[in-house]
Design a protein around this ligand. Sequence first.
Ligand SMILES: [Zn+2]
Length: 507
Amino acid sequence: MTDPRPETAPTGTLFRNVRLLDPDLGDGLSASCDLRVSGGRIAATGTLSPAEGETVIDGRGHLLMPGLVNGHFHSSVNHMKGRLPSLPLEIFMLYESPELDDLRPTPREAYLRTMLGCIEMLRGGTTSVQDDCFFVPFPEPEIIDAVARAYLDSGMRARLALDQPEVPELDKLPFLRDLLPPDLAEPLSRPARRSAQELLALYDHLIGHWHGAGNGRIKAAVSCSAPQRVTPEYFAALDALSRTHDLPLYAHMLETRLQRVFGEDCLGGRSLVRYTQDLGLLSERMNVIHAIWVDDDDLDLLADSGCSVAHNPVSNLRLGSGIMRWRDMLDRGIPLCLGVDEAIADDAISMWGVMKTAALIHTLDTPDFDRWPTAPEILRAATTGGGRAMREPGLGTLVPGAPADLVLVDLDALPFVPLNDVARQLVHCESGTSVRLTMVQGEIVAEDGRLTRVDEAALLREAAETFAARRPAMARADKRMERFLPHYRAMYDMASARDVGLRRRLT
Ligand SMILES: [Zn+2]
């Protein structure tokens, strides 16, 4: 592994007189105490005296909590927040990521857009991200490097995967082959621009150059995007990579009703979960993303595999995908994490909004209020659940030995005055404005609403100018995709009309 920028181990820090978040305690708070950080990890908690050379932070009146983990994210569209109306996933994707050379980013654009996400996340106390990064029109080493370097420079902890399907578009969707006229079907029947072999070579680049960079802060992950978007051979090769290097494997499954219909019509009546299990690829390393249109058998398979499920409630609402089976998953012991999904479908990059939405949306699922999410459950999903999905032992906890990814929250700020129940107020009242300090791996990376390692103002100015200049290309791309719209809409309507034996939307 070549570390492009070796980092010196941060000096120690002592937080004094802080209250620690403990969702398992009655009021969610420990008594006032001290917490020592050394070598990028939590060294001790209790009553502690400053050591020589240690930075001391007086945390009186503050809560110290684990950094939030954005468990599922696509940084590729960080510059597209608010760009599209609410649309169903399959139509949304037509406009979001068409494989057009017009939309190919420069390395600087990829760096800037990734940095936009880092700024938003770190300011608000999100310290880790799992970036299921897709590349338009295909991945290239310079773009992979630009994305990874932005994470490295910003100070974030990140897992980075290459979310790149390698089967033709027409093989990923039901009905479309019959719906499209030949001149439109032809471009969608072509093989993907990068073969499985080429993609695996790009993984060699990602792992060789970046896995373990920044003293282990930047790591690789692998992604099939979704089981129906890759060949079984490539899927198996990704699983082998995941096993060899102990990497999370990202797989979107059953986000939409249409994907359930795909299984019925194109996978011999099997769901995508069952199909993945039949391939022998459902494992505890896998992050199953969305998992909305799952039946009881799917849930049992997910539970038996030990995989994590990434829940993206804001994106699920924005795209009208439906309500995920939160309590049914927890009942089976399925580990859950929470994610933003992407800036074009959230459209904030805020885990606070995600947590609040997760806490609220499931009240629609059942009148049995004992089965509604609790604030401690939501906080656990956004911290330890994310750490587990990322395969980072201890991440999301405040126990000695855990990575020192910490957030200092001002308990005198409005969301906490008066302080009634810290867990509920974190989930329902806080929006990130009370975060005073964000630490990753023992280093302060944001303080008083500003990143410490980069020139935010210059980056934001450059991003605004750079992406404004891109607008005409995006408009041209929209225009080119318009001709596909009636056919995609017909496909969507056909899937919507099908009774799939599950109800995950109100209608
Ligand atoms: Zn996603």
